[in-house]
Design a protein around this ligand. Structure first.
Ligand code: ARG
Ligand code: ASP
Length: 707
């Protein structure tokens, strides 16, 4: 045994394999053997069966996917749920009025009947996870062509599903992992009656807003409370007044113990998407071509919105949410690019690829060469359509008010005739929502700037030369003056015409005709070109990942995030953002107040909060005379992990995950343990806000806090 290990160590030069060590660390709960190894060395006082067990209550039963895009944790025997303020933001805003401004002032239900229902909101709990690779890939061979392969897989999945015989309130999902090298099945329950229970004022929940977003040191109380309701049999049910609080089989105790540097943390949630195994040239394509384009477009749009928002409060209110959404990934991509360069990710991947090509196992080397050559060719073919797609989406969908609503109008125009009447009001609602959150002064300027991007940055083969020859100023003026894209009254009139008249009015609207031409170039040309370049990509990546796996059997590859339940282990740790600097892993309430700027839209604080601070009235939540607020750890997380429960070595809740540090956001492509960090809000700060600021005694009593 020892001899064999030594032999392998000698045979394989070690350093390029560091890339392996830096790959994905988001474990699938069903992979008990691998998790077991991680746990054994972690210092945890629970075992792998506590994390996940298909036959009895385990931590997974207290973890939810929150409304599709976030995560959350159950923290009472009455289905109380904690997630992020930024995950519950839409719901909190929907319940806010001038009289009850929950966004500004916060919200605390003092009893069950004050909890607020949220139509459309849902949470999903994963009950069981199975590795079903063997069943799904039965009869699938390496030399099968892709479509035959896929139909065999589909048949196998359908047959597999039949064998499950789930009760009516459970669902089964089978998903590919590692580009189809593996398949897992998930048995889930989805609850559709989820009510708002509590939220801090935005000045706490969003403290630091865009300026602090993706940054450390951080001082945000980014949490909100909801409750899952179930029917009388404790089963998932649509909203009903008769529903009762869900009684979970497992919930987390809330720890008041806090964390110290070096402590184990476990992040349990639903990471959305990572791409850890891309070859060097793919990372180059993303960071050197795609990201700069998207960053440039967004930077321009943000500059325009910001100028108007600063000059006018109405405009500020209108654009706030949209601005935050655009700024979030703008900032993320900038950090990602810097991190990829600093971690020398491309160079490290190149070194790994070179190693593969001279692998001692000749069959591995041969397969690697073939796959890498094909992938390189595919990426060369992908470049133009991928950039065209990114540009069109950024310049005409995300950052352009007039053409964004044109996309919805286009769907309305092309609605099946027999469904038109039924869907009409839905389209009108969607488009009117767009009108309400935009203003032509801003929209016109955005349009002109975006048109310039089209003229100058759209790859030649996808540029419509007639359109590119048009002058942005006169186009913008014409749309502003005449088009239904810029006039809600005109739009409403046209949208309520008979189907024939509606079609005719659209034909006569030159602004919309222009947008339609762009949209058609997207659906007719850009997207198909992108898809055909993409075609084959998955199959090649599947082979590439298989080669990686074969090249070093002792290190199993962990699948990329794909929106499924994962476990990430980490340690509380600071980091060096730059040469000569060290960031400590914990911030405190003293830092919150240091950042305080009275009346500022990002750094204001509630009066009551300042009073508590002045009195240093932190209750049982204090540590060493102050109150910890946020902390850093090395857990590998991504978008979708927001709201994830963060557990300590006892399996108790010490934090709620909500962000990552800027220098380490390249972890979606390349995780670097030196600088990739997740950020959590300390549960003691959460309890302080609920208890002292919210005075929600009912919730303090409901939550089982442990010291
Ligand atoms: N950066 C975090 C994430 O990607 C938080 C985003 C919400 N906060 C904000 N200021 N936009 O989702
Ligand atoms: N803020 C992200 C989210 O909302 C988490 C992250 O990207 O780290 O899921």
């Amino acid at each position: 045994m020892k001899k064999a290990t030594l032999f392998i160590l000698f045979l394989i030069p070690l350093w390029p394999w560091a890339v392996h060590a830096q790959q994905n660390r988001m474990w699938v709960p069903a992979d008990k053997d691998k998790i077991y190894i991680r746990l054994a060395e972690s210092g945890a006082r629970f075992d792998a069966d506590d994390l996940y067990h298909p036959g009895r209550p385990s931590f997974n039963d207290a973890v939810v996917q929150f409304n599709g895009g976030c995560s959350g944790g159950i923290i009472s025997d009455q289905g109380l749920l904690i997630t992020n303020h930024h995950c519950g933001y839409g719901a909190i805003r929907a319940h806010s009025t001038l009289k009850h401004n929950y966004i500004r002032d916060g919200f605390w239900a003092k009893s069950l009947d004050e909890e607020l229902p949220n139509p459309g909101m849902y949470v999903t709990i994963v009950r069981k996870v199975y590795d079903v690779t063997d069943q799904v890939l039965q009869g699938v061979t390496d030399d099968m062509d892709e479509s035959l392969r896929q139909s065999r897989i589909d048949e196998n999945i359908n047959r597999l599903k039949d064998t499950f015989r789930l009760p009516s309130w459970m669902d089964l999902e089978v998903k590919p992992f590692l580009y189809g090298n593996k398949y897992y099945a998930f048995v889930t329950e989805t609850f559709r009656d989820v009510r708002l229970v509590g939220a801090p004022p935005s000045s706490i929940g969003k403290f630091g807003a865009d300026t602090d977003n993706w940054m450390w040191p951080r001082h945000s109380g980014d949490f909100a409370l909801f409750r899952i309701y179930a029917d009388k049999n404790n089963r998932p049910a649509e909203y009903s007044e008769d529903n009762v609080p869900y009684r979970p089989v497992k919930w987390f105790k809330v720890s008041l113990q806090g964390v110290d540097e070096g402590d184990l943390v476990v992040v349990y949630g639903f990471p959305g998407r990572t791409r850890q195994y891309l070859p060097s040239f793919a990372v180059r394509h993303i960071t050197e071509k795609v990201n700069p384009l998207r960053i440039a477009v967004r930077e321009k749009a943000l500059e325009i919105m910001d100028r108007h928002m600063r000059s006018n409060d109405t405009l500020k209110l209108m654009y706030t949410a949209h601005y935050a959404r655009v700024a979030n990934y703008w900032k993320k991509w900038k950090g990602e690019n810097i991190g990829i360069r600093r971690a020398r990710a491309v160079e490290q991947k190149e070194a790994l690829e070179k190693e593969l090509l001279s692998h001692p196992d000749a069959s591995v080397a041969r397969e690697a060469e073939e796959v890498l050559d094909s992938l390189r060719a595919l990426y060369a073919a992908l470049e133009a359509p991928d950039l065209a797609r990114a540009l069109l989406v950024e310049a005409f969908y995300i950052n352009n008010d007039w053409t964004r609503r044109a996309f919805i109008l286009y769907a309305m125009e092309n609605e099946k005739p027999d469904r038109f009447e039924e869907k009409r009001s839905e389209y009108i609602t969607r488009i009117m929502r767009e009108f309400r959150t935009t203003d032509n002064r801003v929209s016109e300027e955005l349009f002109r700037a975006m048109w310039e991007f089209y003229r100058t940055r759209m790859p030649r083969e996808f540029r419509d030369s007639t359109l590119a020859a048009m002058d942005a100023d006169s186009l913008a003026r014409k749309i502003a003056a005449e088009s239904i894209l810029a006039d809600s009254t005109k739009f409403l009139r046209v949208a309520s015409l008979s189907p024939e008249e509606f079609q005719k009015a659209l034909k006569n609207d030159s602004g919309y005709a222009l947008a339609r031409r762009l949209i058609q170039s997207y659906y007719g040309k850009i997207f198909p070109a992108y898809q055909s370049a993409q075609k084959g990509m998955n199959a090649l990546m599947r082979r590439y990942v298989a080669v990686l796996e074969k090249s070093n059997r002792t290190r199993p590859l962990v699948p990329d995030a794909n929106g499924t339940l994962r476990i990430s282990f980490g340690k509380v740790a600071g980091y060096r953002p730059r040469d000569g600097m060290y960031y400590e892993p914990v911030t405190t309430i003293d830092g919150v107040v240091e950042k305080y700027i009275p009346g500022d839209y990002e750094f204001d604080l509630p009066e009551e909060f300042l009073k508590l601070y002045a009195a240093r009235d932190f209750g049982p939540y204090a540590e060493d005379g102050t109150l910890p607020v946020n902390f850093l750890a090395t857990a590998h997380t991504t978008g979708g992990n927001s709201g994830s429960p963060v557990l300590n070595a006892d399996g108790d809740l010490v934090g709620v995950n909500f962000d990552r540090v800027w220098e380490g956001t390249m972890s979606d492509l390349f995780y670097d343990p030196r600088i990739s960090r997740n950020i959590s809000v300390d549960t003691r700060y959460v309890m302080f806000i609920i208890d002292k600021l919210g005075k929600a005694v009912n919730l303090v009593n409901e939550i089982q806090a442990v010291k």
